[in-house]
Structure formats: structure tokens, C-alpha cells
Design a protein around this ligand. Structure first.
Ligand code: MTE
Length: 305
């Protein structure tokens, strides 16, 4: 499949880890001015909004997490998820598909093309990061299973294993964690299943061995440690919507103009930005408006939040 969405990713696709580090050092040493403007231009259209897609560090991405199966604190996942058994792993793909079944992760990976995607991640709690994911397009996986006519949505489910996921012993959410997308959202080339970070296997706290990443939606849509994908004709239930339907809708597209009932979504704090860094404006569809706005044409985004 041709990748038309690479302009945010130019560097991502071609830049090995060492060169990122190099660029980080360059950026850190810059006082701004002409050289700064030149480098920012390399990072594509979002740079105009003051966001240069500089990836967060490995440490930031792997130690500041939300993964309620391991507790509600930001450091709980990195402290507790280490012992999760992620091999063997299989994904049940069922519902309205031609070839339902339990697919071993190794078999899936042998058929998928892994690429690097540097994406913004915007949590509904108003913090954000930039993450260099490795993964494959969800569309390719759904193509492997064969989507049947009549399928309109895709439902996802996280592993249920309270013996290894201590947070599942408490009714913080209804377990297992579930999420869902409209089929066209799931088939969009920006939507990936991530298997790694910075060229290394995905750490357990980030949703090993396989997690969804939908970069234009609030982070909670990007469900971790996926064991089941079901094609359905009806809109599936989602964990946060079940927990609080007024605060968390099915769509949950990043939108600076629609506030959370308890806080503004107009700005965000970049994790690792430093104590004195300014909040930055949140971008419509998290900066992916050009690529995804057409999916929602004619929809009232305040109503379908
Ligand atoms: N998936 C599961 N199964 N459980 C969770 O608690 N948290 C979500 C999402 N996926 C969550 C989950 C939230 S709120 C966010 S912001 C992202 O994961 C965080 O991803 P990260 O920890 O890799 O940055």
C-alpha cells in the first residue's frame, strides 16, 4: 500500500536512533533564530504551530504511563508490568470476518511490514508526548482476516489476567478494557498496531506485545495488550464511555474547541518539557486534520465527542 501520510514522518522513516539523538543535541544547543527555523521546517506542517515532532526520550515514554491494569499512578505500569507474560501471545479475530480464528502473534508479524511512525500522543488529561512507534497498519491485519460486508465497527479487547495485572483486582474500570473504532477509522493509514518503540520491542508498560495507536484521538482510545479484535455491525461499548458517558464519548477525537466537562482541552503540557516550559496549543485532530477531517464531514463534533 502506498503511504500518503508520510510528510509528518519524513525523518521518522529514514532516521536511525543515533541521528535522532544527534538532532536532539543540536536542538538543545540552539538559541533559535535562522538555524532553528530551518530545522523546524524539516519536520513538516505541524512545525508551523510550534511543534517540531522531537521525540520524547525512551525514559519519558516508558516511565510516565497510563495502564490501569497495573494501577492508576503514572509510575505503576513501569514498576509493576515487568512480569506480564507476553509470549506466547495470540489475537482472536472474529465477528464479521472471512477467516475468523486465533492468530499467533508470530504468524501475524511474519506477514506484516513494520515501519517507524513518529506520532504525537495527546492524553485526555491534557499532557502529551511524541513517540517513535514501530508497527504495522491495522488495515493490513484486517485485510488478512478479510472484512465481511456489513461490518461497520471494530471492537478491541485487552488481556484479562488479574494474576499478572494487579489493577484488575479492583473495580476502577470494568475489565477487560475495551475500545472501538468505526471501520473507516480503523482502515485509515494513520491507524497502526504498534509492536515497538525506538526500534526495540514494546515495553510491557506501553502495551506489549501489541497495542493500537490512533494518533488523532485521545490516548485512551489506543488500547494496550490487545488479545481480541471483533468486526461488528453495531457500535461497540468502550471502557471510558461505560465508566462516564458524559465525559468520554465514543469518538474522542482530539479537539481544542470541545472542553472536557472538568477542564479545558485548548492547551497541553508536553511531558519532559521542563518545569518552566509553556503549555502549547492543542491542535485540531492532534495535528492530523488534513489527513482525517474528511472522516467526520457533516458531523457535529461537539455532539459526537
Ligand atoms: N489500554 C489499557 N488496556 N489500559 C489503560 O489503562 N490507558 C490509555 C491508553 N491505553 C490504557 C490503555 C490511556 S488513558 C493513555 S493516555 C495511553 O494508553 C497511554 O499510553 P502510554 O502509556 O504508552 O503513553
Amino acid at each position: 500500500m502506498a503511504h500518503r501520510w508520510t510528510n509528518d514522518l519524513t525523518e521518522a522513516d529514514v532516521t536511525p536512533h543515533g541521528v535522532w539523538l544527534n538532532r536532539r543535541q543540536i536542538m538543545a544547543g540552539l538559541a533559535g533564530g535562522i538555524a532553528g527555523a530551518g530545522l523546524a521546517a524539516l519536520a513538516g506542517p505541524a512545525a508551523a504551530a510550534g511543534d517540531d515532532l522531537e521525540p520524547n526520550s525512551w525514559k519519558e515514554i516508558t516511565s510516565y504511563n497510563n495502564f490501569y491494569e497495573f494501577g492508576t499512578g503514572k509510575s505503576d505500569p513501569s514498576e509493576r508490568a515487568g512480569s506480564l507474560t507476553t509470549s506466547p501471545w495470540s489475537v482472536r479475530i472474529d465477528g464479521l470476518v472471512e477467516r475468523p480464528g486465533d492468530y499467533a502473534l508470530g504468524d501475524i508479524l511474519s506477514k506484516m511490514t513494520i515501519e517507524r511512525r513518529i506520532y504525537r500522543l495527546r492524553c485526555v488529561e491534557a499532557w502529551s508526548m511524541v513517540v517513535p512507534w514501530d508497527g504495522f497498519e491495522l488495515a493490513d491485519l484486517l485485510g488478512m482476516a478479510g472484512v465481511k460486508a456489513g461490518a461497520k465497527y471494530v471492537a478491541f479487547e485487552t488481556l484479562l489476567r488479574p494474576e499478572e495485572m494487579p489493577g484488575q483486582r479492583y473495580p476502577v474500570l470494568e475489565w477487560p478494557y475495551v475500545e472501538g473504532l468505526r471501520l473507516d477509522e480503523a482502515m485509515h493509514p494513520l491507524t497502526i498496531m504498534a509492536t515497538g518503540l525506538y526500534g526495540k520491542p514494546l515495553p510491557n508498560q506501553n502495551g506489549a506485545p501489541l497495542r493500537l495507536v490512533v494518533p488523532w484521538k485521545y490516548g485512551f482510545k489506543s488500547i494496550k495488550s490487545v488479545v481480541r479484535i471483533t468486526l461488528t455491525s453495531d457500535q461497540p461499548p468502550t471502557s471510558w464511555n461505560k465508566a462516564n458517558p458524559r465525559e468520554y464519548g465514543f469518538y474522542s477525537n482530539v479537539n481544542p474547541n470541545v472542553d472536557h466537562p472538568r477542564w479545558s482541552q485548548a492547551t497541553e503540557r508536553r511531558v519532559g518539557g521542563g518545569l518552566f516550559s509553556r503549555r502549547q496549543p492543542t491542535l485540531m485532530f492532534n495535528g492530523y486534520e488534513r489527513e482525517v477531517a474528511s472522516l467526520y464531514e457533516g458531523m457535529d463534533l461537539a455532539k459526537y465527542y
